[in-house]
Design a protein. Structure first.
Length: 281
């Protein structure tokens, strides 16, 4: 038997050589990126992009929504809430600087706005109804009892009450316009980019008031939406969704009425509950 020479182990086909070169380029690119974009620079840019505005706050009473509005990352906001839930309190600004995960650069930017209130018996207190904060040079007293009707609220109301980033407010308003109406507050959690932390902070303030003024968009309705109408059986709903798929995501009122052989009363009732697009002439 002929024994292979050690040189035979270093002979590669053209395909293997191209693969090795490609891998080398990828590895070299990763090293270059590390030097061109240091972690500290990326972190700094991220911080600057997530601070919409600054205002006076007490770390012992601030809620998670306002903490996020300050630019504090959600993970550190969660650490803050867990720390306070265990009875922890900050006696001075320097104590807050030691919050786990809070970067020195972020602390430096919000330090001038920290106001530590009376910490006596604070362990037995819950979040107060209101606390003062400074915004655009004026002092406001923001109530924790505020409510927002998510079917009625304009962009301005979302902006003034929630302090959410502009891109989230625009997505909420656009989603409501497309869907036609919110049936329950939990539907807000479907907004792309709205994390569970933000939703949980908003949840107790959300109100859904419809009174028949708003109708769901038939083209945006899913199985459960049709089921909650209480008008159709499950086989009928699957037929509706099939019609939607055949018509490339569009459902017309007349087409649905004819397909399900609805009575005049059922057709009128459906039109009062669901918004349909008019077919092109």
């Amino acid at each position: 038997m002929i024994q292979p020479s050690w040189k035979d182990f270093f002979l590669f086909s053209n395909k293997e050589i191209k693969g090795i070169i490609a891998l080398g380029v990828i590895l070299l690119g990763s090293v270059c990126i590390k030097f061109l974009f240091p972690a500290s620079t990326l972190e700094s840019k991220k911080m600057n992009a997530t601070i919409p505005h600054l205002f006076n706050f007490d770390p012992n009473t601030i809620d998670s929504l306002h903490a996020i509005a300050l630019g504090i990352p959600e993970k550190q906001v969660s650490n803050l809430m867990h720390y306070r839930a265990r009875g922890g309190r900050f006696k001075d600004k320097e104590a807050f600087a030691k919050l786990y995960g809070l970067t020195p650069s972020l602390y430096a930017s919000i330090k001038p706005y920290i106001i530590i209130g009376n910490t006596e018996n604070m362990g037995k207190q819950t979040v107060p109804k209101a606390y003062p904060y400074k915004k655009e040079g004026k002092i406001f007293k923001e109530s924790y009892t505020w409510k927002i009707n998510i079917n009625e609220a304009s962009e301005m109301e979302w902006r003034q009450k929630t302090l959410l980033p502009e891109y989230l407010i625009q997505r909420i308003v656009a989603y409501k316009k497309y869907r036609g109406a919110f049936l329950k507050p939990s539907e807000l959690a479907k907004i792309y980019g709205l994390s569970d932390t933000i939703y949980q902070s908003l949840r107790e303030h959300l109100v859904v008031i419809n009174n028949g003024k708003y109708r769901l968009n038939a083209n945006a309705m899913q199985f459960n939406d049709w089921k909650e109408l209480g008008m159709f059986t499950e086989p009928q709903i699957w037929r509706i969704l099939k019609l939607k798929r055949i018509n490339e995501g569009v459902i017309y009122w007349q087409t649905l009425v004819e397909a399900l052989d609805l009575t005049k009363e059922e057709a009128i009732s459906l039109q009062s509950k669901v918004r349909f697009n008019e077919p092109a002439q």
